[in-house]
Design a protein around this ligand. Structure first.
Ligand SMILES: Cc1cc2nc3c(=O)[nH]c(=O)nc-3n(C[C@H](O)[C@H](O)[C@H](O)COP(=O)(O)OP(=O)(O)OC[C@H]3O[C@@H](n4cnc5c(N)ncnc54)[C@H](O)[C@@H]3O)c2cc1C
Length: 744
């Protein structure tokens, strides 16, 4: 018997929230090579987080958005840790499980850390949720500002902006909005409202006076001693002051505990924040840590400021590491006061610390230097290279060799996932049941037994790949949607599936965690597409991989084929291409978060509706675009039809970021062989200046490609768009020149 050496992960560390403390934990643990045997997962509701220190400057036009955006995916990939983009909805400290808002299976942890920030106070004030723009999440604030700009038409009437909250954030936002819209939407009227009798109550009176002078200089009105009592579409209401007419209301009140904290069963302070000991361990739960705005120390509350979240980061990293290695965590002693640098809308700032107050251009330069230095620490292209032989750099290899802890693992049938783990996970699975499956997953037998209705034919296909994301639930969903594509491309209805799963060796409870996530994702999509899971096989291997064998049913007269294209037919592509290029960029830490988000979303879009549109329109020639790329799969259709084609490359729908990636020479490792294979067998003629890289890009869960009679192209595209394929487009036409592909 062949034996394999593998170094198992022993414990799961789960980080909830991509706040200022956690990004440092990730960086420090990876650089200190402190992750041996520990599998780390970061869960964040956003893959790109804005840095609050630079957000007012970005709104004022002093920074580009990408200069203050931190990309969590590449940071995690660099550190060799998993990233799950999802919102945590609850926590069970007794079961050591995290629950998700999107309904995916709970994720188990050995050690947990929470760094989820705070939310604006007073969101329950009447009308605020409907009419105000909260300052958190910061990314959403920026989107809402852009949205307002897109919709607002200056009509000579003053634009009335109200900012509720006269603390540091409110004042900076008042300056920022004045800098941004002062000229563009002139005339504007900004009012900064504060419930206390003065602005900036947490700062010394000199700072408040300096800020007050700058506000006055810029014509920003301050209304102090007034609490907002309610808001409607037109006005902001107060109890002791006439209502203020308002076109744009920013809600910049101080930090309140996130709703999640009420669903954690953790000890909280009177204000509702997680109560922590000086070691940043949650009171009563040694294996749960927390930091940043969401905590309150047993001894004294700290102001809700990024400075403290930043300072806590290194202690949090050290203490989590110590705890996981059975050493004693050390106490964190918060500094008595922190330096705050407040932007005034131009390249000028005010410094505040205890009794100190300075202002001027040099303070701005200091602020700019500090903020940029912080952002540089997390800039993917500047992260120090990790030694691939080191266990901490596990982006590529999930289970690396470790002579000290090497476990001798059996191959052959001995390399299956243990039956306790397997049955435990399968028993939890909610499977879509069909009546024509007579023996299936939950029946004790050696194989599945299906009935094929008379007049229907069985269509079978198999597809699979290695995991391209550490979010195994998402990976499972995409694997299933991808496998179903072959059936839709044949005009068949998916019926049932068998799943082969390979998971890296790890401690039993970690394997169970992976299998639960992966199978949960597969079962979720199977339910959505009405596919019954029949059974499958598991094995241990060096990497996570999934292969899905799928059965479909079709009537003999409704089968789509690859052949049947006629010269003059339009070539309609339902989904954009570029998944290979963006995933390659992601692997090289060069993809922006929103590019990857769009691709993942696109891969989850099933081809089922597109197949229905094509069937209704009686389109005979269809295929799905996958590993051989658009050109390769098109060539298969053209060969089967004895035709050629002309492609208008600029019309090929593509995901965001493709242009930037192609410009830097990024491509999937399979692209060169896709190109070579086609160019050897076909006459490929590209017009001068045409960049054809997108045509050879291998697709995961790509769209359907169909030959459509020219008279029906507009109808098909409009139906596809109505069905949710927003980028569906006609990319060229079929010609009578066999084995000839023209690109222009
Ligand atoms: C406009 C503005 C300007 C500011 N300027 C400054 C400044 O100049 N200096 C300063 O020190 N402070 C500043 N602050 C305050 C500062 O932003 C906060 O104190 C700081 O961000 C708190 O950091 P944190 O690490 O606790 O959490 P955050 O930085 O808020 O990070 C929390 C993360 O957790 C994620 N998350 C939240 N809930 C969930 C969930 N349920 N599931 C998964 N993920 C979740 C969030 O999306 C977020 O990415 C400013 C605040 C605002 C609003």
């Amino acid at each position: 018997m062949i034996m394999n050496h593998a170094s198992p992960f022993k414990k799961d560390l789960v980080l909830v929230g991509g706040g200022h403390s956690h990004v440092q934990v990730i960086r420090m643990l990876a650089m200190k090579k402190a992750l041996r045997g520990i599998r780390v997962t970061l869960i964040s509701d956003e893959s790109t987080v804005c840095y609050s220190g630079m957000l007012p400057g970005c709104l004022a036009g002093l920074y580009r958005p990408d200069e203050m955006e931190m990309e969590l995916r590449p940071l995690c990939a660099w550190a060799g840790i998993r990233f799950i983009q999802a919102r945590v909805a609850g926590l069970d400290p007794a079961m050591q499980q995290v629950f998700f808002e999107d309904g995916r299976p709970p994720l188990a942890y050995d050690t947990l850390s929470i760094n989820i920030g705070s939310i604006p106070r007073g969101m329950d004030t009447s009308g605020v949720r409907e009419h105000a723009v909260p300052t958190r999440p910061l990314g959403k604030l920026l989107r809402r500002v852009h949205q307002f700009e897109g919709n607002h038409r200056a009509d000579g009437q003053p634009l009335r902006i109200v900012i509720a909250g006269g603390g540091a954030a409110g004042a900076e936002l008042a300056f920022a909005m004045n800098a941004r819209w002062g000229e563009r939407f002139a005339p504007i009227r900004i009012t900064l409202v504060e419930s206390q009798s003065t602005l900036l109550t947490g700062h010394n009176p000199r700072v408040a006076r300096i800020i007050g002078r700058y506000l006055e200089e810029k014509g920003i009105t301050c209304l102090t001693g007034q609490r907002v009592a309610g808001v409607d579409e037109m006005e902001v209401h107060f109890e002791g002051h006439p209502s203020l007419p308002c076109d744009f209301l920013l809600w910049a009140t101080g930090g309140a505990p996130p709703v999640l904290l009420g669903k954690t069963n953790l000890d909280t302070s009177d204000a509702g924040f997680i109560r922590v000991r000086p070691t940043l361990q949650v009171t009563g739960h040694e294996n749960i840590f927390a930091a940043g705005d969401c905590i309150e120390f047993e001894s004294r509350p700290l102001p809700k400021s990024g400075v403290y979240a930043v300072r806590e980061g290194p202690f949090l990293a050290r203490n989590i590491h110590a705890f996981m290695e059975n050493r004693s965590p050390v106490p964190y002693k918060p500094q008595a006061s922190a330096l705050a640098l407040l932007m005034t809308g131009t390249r000028n700032a005010v410094a505040s610390r205890r009794h100190i107050a300075f202002h001027g251009a040099w303070v701005w330069r200091l602020k700019d230097w500090i903020d940029r230095r912080w952002m540089r620490k997390f800039e993917p292209s500047l992260l120090p290279p990790m030694d691939p032989a080191d266990d901490s750099s596990r982006a590529v290899k999930e289970a690396d060799g470790d002579p000290d802890e090497a476990a001798m693992r059996c191959a052959g049938c001995g390399a299956k996932v243990g039956s306790t783990v397997l049955t435990g996970v399968l028993d939890e699975l909610e499977v879509y049941n069909r009546e024509d499956v007579r023996i299936g997953l939950h029946d004790a037998d050696d194989a599945a037994l299906l009935e094929i209705p008379s007049g229907r034919s069985l269509v079978q296909t198999v597809d699979g790949f290695r995991a391209f994301t550490g979010d195994l639930h998402l990976f499972g969903r995409i694997a299933l949607v991808h496998a179903a594509s072959d059936l839709y491309a044949m005009g068949a209805d998916p019926h049932s599936a068998l799943v082969t799963v390979t998971l890296p060796y790890a401690e039993k409870h970690l394997v169970a965690n992976d299998l639960r996530q992966l199978m949960g994702g597969i079962a979720e999509e199977a339910r959505r597409l009405r596919i019954t899971l029949l059974g499958g096989h598991t094995s241990e291997g060096s990497e996570t991989a999934v292969s899905v064998t799928m059965n479909g049913l079709t009537g003999s007269d409704s089968v789509f084929r690859k052949g049947g294209l006629r010269p003059g037919d339009g070539l309609v592509l339902a989904k954009p291409v570029g998944t290979g290029i963006i995933l390659a960029a992601d692997m090289h830490l060069k993809a922006r978060g929103r590019w990857v988000d769009e691709v993942l979303e696109g891969m989850l879009q099933s081809n089922g509706e597109a197949a229905r549109v094509l069937a209704q329109t009686c389109i005979p020639a269809v295929t799905d675009v996958t590993g051989f790329g658009l050109a390769g799969h098109l060539a298969e259709m053209l060969e089967a039809s004895g035709t050629g084609a002309e492609i208008e490359v600029d019309r090929v729908p593509r995901y965001e970021g493709i242009k930037e990636c192609i410009a830097t020479g990024l491509e999937s490792t399979l692209a060169p062989s896709n190109r070579e294979h086609l160019q050897k067998r076909w006459q490929v003629e590209a017009a001068p200046g045409v960049t054809d890289a997108i045509l050879y890009d291998p697709q995961t869960s790509g769209g359907l490609l169909a030959g459509v009679p020219s008279a029906r192209i507009d109808e098909v595209i409009s139906k596809l768009r109505d069905a949710g394929y927003e980028k569906a487009a006609c990319i060229g036409r079929v010609t009578d020149r066999m084995r000839h592909l023209k690109m222009f």
